[in-house]
Ligand binder design. Structure first.
Ligand code: SF4
Length: 448
């Protein structure tokens, strides 16, 4: 059987997909990315927001059309949407040949066999079961990879359904994480992106205490790893010990993704977020002071139920004052099954949209200012490729996480610059929120 994989959604989903690819390969099947030339296609869906589910349905419909045209034989749907809508997927997608929830990814070989035998398998395990430890085939790149350290979430933010889809927070054992990180380094990975719904909670369930600050130096000690990037730190769990480790370890990139969602006390409380606006401000001040040059990323929600103009303005003023270099801004979406969807005082769609546009404009101005401040500096860039259109190489600096931030475009001699290597780039200008530069040559050459 030749099995094609399509992964939608976040990094955690991507890791699950990479594990399924490995298991499918180990079961003796041919594997591919995408549907072309395959007899079976597995779509690993996201179910976090309606927008993501619409994207998944669109993808499934395209595959159904291919199936009807005789270009493939079977479709399997896995992941968050399959889990969250498990009671309705069978009717909603009658042409789909099998379903796999978020616990049970390791059942993929069985699901493929059952589907090939004409059964219509439904595999839904226990979403709170320990995270299965299986190998994976990294598909993101040859030089960076996600490193998932935990699964699920124990926070109960009022707008979010992830804990109901992905289960309780479960840390992976430290030795398994380190073993995987060493294997990734040996395979040539230079950047590991540590990820979980809430990495600051790491260890609490397994070891009775938060142990991220102990795990990170061990990751940094692995030969070959040059950058360790951290995604999703819950603000009230960022301890002084953790800040010291981040400040001290040269391999930890000075880029922290700390989703705060809002800054108004009343909104934070309504969102069931822990901590106050003043505590968040104080944390950001401390981070700027203790980690010079740190790039801060956050995510923000506008138009949460009951949000007043004053509260929205408070959020804008906060952003203007604290100048977070990176921010994902979203209009509140009332997700079925979430507490917030049933709250009174839902904000009108047009008000939400207007606030979203205002906040997005504001953030773009902050990004432009940040980019301007980099002009003239020499920065390390991990080259990712060459763009025929711009005739420039491109890569990421430590301020750019893959897929969500921009890239640095730079001139360099063809043949002299290779994807997967680090280079020193002198920033000469900016364009549309991204940096432009030239390879910086000094007596030691331009490579880092
Ligand atoms: S921290 Fe909040 S927003 Fe993030 S996954 Fe957990 S419940 Fe959802």
């Amino acid at each position: 059987m030749k099995v094609g994989f399509i992964s939608l959604g976040c990094a955690k989903n991507q890791v699950n997909c990479e594990q399924m690819i490995w298991q499918t390969y180990e079961a003796g099947h041919e594997v591919a990315l995408g549907p072309d030339g395959c007899d079976t296609v597995v779509v690993n869906t996201c179910g976090f927001l309606q927008e993501a589910r619409d994207e998944a349905l669109e993808e499934i419909n395209k595959l159904v059309a291919m199936k009807k045209a005789g270009q493939l034989e079977r479709i399997i749907v896995s992941g968050c949407m399959a889990q969250w809508w498990k009671d309705r997927m069978a009717d909603l997608c009658p042409e789909v040949d099998g379903f796999l929830g978020v616990s049970g990814y390791e059942d993929i070989p069985q699901v493929l066999e059952q589907a090939a035998a004409g059964e219509r398998p439904f595999h839904y395990g226990d979403i709170d079961a320990p995270v299965p430890e299986t190998d994976r085939v990294v598909c993101t790149s040859d030089y960076w990879a996600w490193l998932r350290i935990a699964e699920g979430c124990d926070n109960r933010c009022a707008y979010c359904v992830i804990p109901f889809i992905r289960g309780r927070f479960r840390s992976r054992p430290e030795e398994k994480i380190l073993e995987e990180a060493e294997n990734l380094a040996q395979a040539g990975m230079k950047e590991l992106i540590v990820v979980a719904q809430d990495i600051t909670r790491y260890g609490l369930d397994l070891y009775g205490e938060r142990t991220l600050a102990k795990l990170l130096p061990k990751l940094c000690a692995i030969p070959g790893i040059q950058w360790v990037r951290l995604h999703y730190l819950y603000p009230d769990e960022i301890t002084d010990e953790l800040i010291d480790v981040i400040a001290r370890e040269p391999k930890i990139v000075k880029y922290l993704d700390i989703p705060i969602q809002h800054i108004s006390d009343r909104m934070l409380k309504a969102m069931h977020r822990r901590g106050t606006g003043e505590e968040i401000r104080s944390l950001f001040r401390k981070l700027r002071e203790k980690i010079p040059g740190v790039v801060l990323r956050t995510s923000l929600i506008t138009g949460f139920p009951g949000e007043t103009e004053e509260e929205f303005e408070e959020l804008c003023e906060f952003l203007l004052e604290y100048k977070l270099e990176r921010a994902g801004v979203f209009a509140f979406s009332p997700e079925e099954g979430s507490v917030a969807a049933k709250m009174p005082d839902q904000v009108d769609e047009d008000v939400k949209r207007r606030r979203l546009e205002l906040l997005t404009d504001l953030q773009m101005r902050i990004v432009d200012q940040y980019c301007e401040s980099k002009v003239g500096q020499v920065i390390p860039v991990l080259c990712e490729g060459y763009d025929d259109e711009t005739e420039l190489f491109y890569g990421r600096s430590d301020a750019d996480s893959p897929g969500i931030d921009g890239v640095v475009h730079f001139e360099g001699e063809e043949g002299g610059v290779r994807p997967g290597d680090f280079y020193q780039v002198k920033v000469t200008g900016t364009y549309d929120g991204e940096l432009i530069g030239v390879l910086y040559e000094n007596e030691e050459g331009s490579k880092q």
